[in-house]
Design a protein around this ligand. Structure first.
Ligand code: GLN
Length: 304
């Protein structure tokens, strides 16, 4: 029997000494103030136990991790029609790269690069009655936590500076792959990215991805087949041009965000989240990736 508390304590202890913690994202000005020394880990086993160390209960900006929730909601609403508007191939490029989108006639490579997530946002703006409110309720229900909120200042900060995302949305619109106005779709997208959650709330909200679509409260939100597909996209595209590296080092489906969070899961067994705001050059949490590599190596728990 593995002593999980001891495992995450020792990983936390080793990595909190690390001097080079990566660089906190500053292209969204509001994120640049976050202290790079924050470091939390939360682990939830499907058997019911949970383990925490460090800042696992501190809310942070989940950024692109929200793309998994948005994809889930859109998949639930639209089923496989979704895949007419985007592909499921790794891009091998950074999350905000635009040239491939132009070359491939406005069909994003996958739902986790920004252009793909903007198409998903368009689907939610069309399909939800009150998009921001309904999406927040969906995430709260998955996590079984009514306290989860958007951070208005982070949403406003990205709205004021998100030129690359405006470019992506305009390109999508020019190819006929956005139904709503660019401004409305991006307003939703920036709020979605500005959700604040703790490591613990993230592990709870991701429980259904390890449990064939059935969440903590025993409600089935997505089919086992849909969950299989979302996990496959997390494994192949969850870390952009570092997805291969994450599969190689960690060996779990997962998703990162430029707020420094990572969530990863092992079907039928566990969900684990880390938060360390400093990023590596590919935009993924530097210490978070190292922590997860150490976790799967020490416990021998990975999909491989
Ligand atoms: N909101 C961020 C953006 O659109 C999300 C990027 C990320 O977390 N990788 O640039």
């Amino acid at each position: 029997m593995i002593d999980f508390q001891q495992v995450i304590n020792s990983i936390h202890n080793d990595l909190k000494q690390e001097i080079d913690r990566g660089l906190v994202a500053n292209y969204i000005p509001e994120l640049s103030h976050i202290d790079a020394n924050n470091f939390g880990i939360h682990l939830k086993l499907l058997s019911g136990e949970s383990f925490s160390v460090g800042q696992a209960q501190a809310p942070f900006s989940i950024q692109s991790i929200s793309k998994v929730f948005a994809l889930s909601k859109a998949f639930q609403l639209q089923g496989n029609d979704l895949w007419q508007r985007m592909d499921v191939e790794p891009s091998g490029d950074p999350f905000n790269q635009l040239s491939l989108l132009e070359l491939e006639n406005g069909i994003p490579r996958n739902p986790f690069i920004n252009s793909g997530a903007i198409v998903i946002a368009d689907i939610l703006v069309s399909g939800l009655e009150n998009p921001k409110e309904d999406f927040l309720h969906f995430v709260r229900a998955l996590a079984n936590d009514q306290t989860i909120q958007y951070n208005e200042a982070v949403a406003a900060s990205e709205k004021a500076t998100g030129y690359n995302n405006y470019a992506a949305a305009n390109l999508l619109k020019s190819f006929g792959n956005l139904q709503n106005d660019v401004a409305d779709v991006l307003d939703f997208y920036f709020y979605q990215c500005a959700l604040e959650m703790t490591c613990e709330q993230l592990t709870n909200a991701f429980y259904l991805f390890a449990n064939h679509g059935v969440c903590l409260q025993n409600k089935e939100w997505l089919t086992a087949s849909q969950i299989k597909r979302i996990n496959a996209i997390m494994l192949t595209c969850g870390f952009y041009d570092e997805a291969g590296e994450f599969a190689f080092e960690v060996g779990l489906p997962g998703k990162s965000g430029v707020g420094g969070g990572i969530v990863a899961l092992l079907p039928n067994q566990l969900v684990i989240s880390t938060w360390s705001p400093g990023l590596n050059p590919k935009g993924n949490s530097k210490i978070g990736m190292q922590a997860l590599e150490a976790f799967t190596t020490k416990t021998k728990l990975s999909i491989f």
